[in-house]
Design a protein. Structure first.
Length: 401
């Protein structure tokens, strides 16, 4: 049965939520599912802005049929071709064979990669700044390459001052009836998952996100309609400010993130000693994660949030402990930069993880290594406590600057 939410007189939310999915993109753990958003605009001409993932296709098809109520579907606008949004495009062509698909030249190529239906005759190619008139609603398209794929574009409706923003401004997490962000305690219940979504999915492409933000900054925007998570109609600048921080790799919180690996507890003990000394030095909101326990996507998100990072790892097969190496390489892959970093290494006979971790961190732009590397041989000894005091002082002084 259909289940939809009216956004305003002409626009209706017709997407759905999947709480069963364990791993988004078969990689990122979901604790409360994800929503796949789609919107239908009813005017003299009718248009759907993006379709949905296969998992919610049934409710989507029923929504489309119910809202159209016998009226012709004129356009499907494809802002993003990734299958979590475009997987149902082929089924829509079977149901609505006269519909025209609106996208850019890169969209067209991708449709041909994913589908075998005849596309050229029903494709409307749009370029930067082109418009499509539906009647009262006039839609303008702006290219947003690599936010998150090369074909991504966003759609602006000048009548309602609405920006259909594709993946931008999306979050992990299903919708639970409330479709608008102002109907939720977003900062306390959704912000962490918004950050984890942004940093892991789009985080690498900060420069491209900045280009998009600058491009749309001249538009009067009263509502942002993303492809995942809630619609924004209040306090837009608060969320845009978060995007400005994340996409410029600017820390949100001046504190220490401690990321560690430990096999028999020696390195874990070392980071607890350091954390306690940081707390003694007045540092608040210290966070600590075991890379063998916490999925890398949460650590990526926290690394984008925090200003200072301590990496502590045993030496393993003359390298970095595997899960720690994964975290470090993933941080480099996501283009993290502008951080202050310190190291603790451990090794029962030939500790080299500090040197090797530094070699990876050296690839992060504008990142400074602070303090001396502390070398633990199996377990911390009392004569090393001074070295922990010293490292804690260096980190604390840097945080307080
Ligand atoms: Fe939600 Fe890049 O797809």
């Amino acid at each position: 049965m259909y289940s939809f939410t009216r956004i305003n007189d002409d626009v209706t939310y017709i997407g759905g939520s999947d709480r069963r999915l364990a791993l988004f993109e078969n990689m990122y753990p979901l604790t409360n599912g994800i929503s796949y958003n789609s919107y239908i605009i009813m005017d003299e001409k009718t248009a759907i802005v993006d379709t949905v993932d296969k998992s919610v296709d049934r409710v989507f098809f029923e929504n489309v049929e119910h809202i159209l109520d016998g009226k012709k579907l004129d356009y499907i606008i494809i802002n993003h071709m990734e299958p979590d949004h475009a997987a149902t495009l082929g089924d829509m062509i079977i149901r609505y064979p006269e519909v025209q698909i609106v996208g850019n030249i890169k969209t067209l190529a991708m449709i041909k990669q994913y589908f075998e239906f005849e596309v050229d005759s029903r494709f409307v190619t749009v370029c930067e700044g082109d418009s499509l008139e539906l009647g009262k609603h006039n839609l303008t398209f702006y290219m947003a390459p690599m936010v998150h794929w090369p074909e991504v574009m966003v759609t602006y409706d000048s009548k309602d001052k609405m920006l259909y923003s594709a993946d931008a401004f999306g979050i992990f997490g299903a919708l639970s009836g409330n479709v608008f962000a102002d109907e939720m305690d977003f900062e306390n219940t959704c912000l962490d998952e918004a950050r984890r979504y942004y940093t892991n999915i789009v985080g690498k492409y900060g420069q491209q996100v900045q280009m998009l933000l600058k491009k749309v900054s001249g538009l009067e925007i009263e509502m942002i309609c993303p492809l995942h998570g809630p619609v924004w109609r209040e306090n837009l600048s608060w969320y845009i400010d978060k995007y400005n921080l994340w996409s410029t790799y600017t820390p949100e919180t001046n504190t220490a993130l401690i990321v560690y690996a430990s096999i028999y507890g020696g390195t874990e003990n070392a980071v607890h000693i350091l954390a306690a000394k940081l707390a003694e030095q007045g540092i608040h909101d210290i966070v600590m994660y075991d890379v063998s326990k916490t999925h890398v996507s949460y650590i990526i998100s926290e690394a984008f949030r925090c200003s200072h990072i301590v990496f502590a790892s045993p030496t393993y097969n003359m390298g970095i402990f595997t899960n720690m190496e994964t975290v470090l390489l993933d941080l480099v892959a996501h283009n993290l930069q502008k951080r202050k970093v310190a190291f603790i290494e451990n090794g029962s006979w030939a500790p080299v993880s500090g040197k090797l971790m530094k070699e990876v961190v050296d690839k992060m732009k504008n990142t400074e290594i602070i303090g001396d590397v502390i070398t633990v041989k199996s377990t911390v000894k009392s004569e090393q406590i001074q070295a922990f005091d010293k490292l804690a002082s260096v980190i604390a002084d840097s945080i307080k600057q």
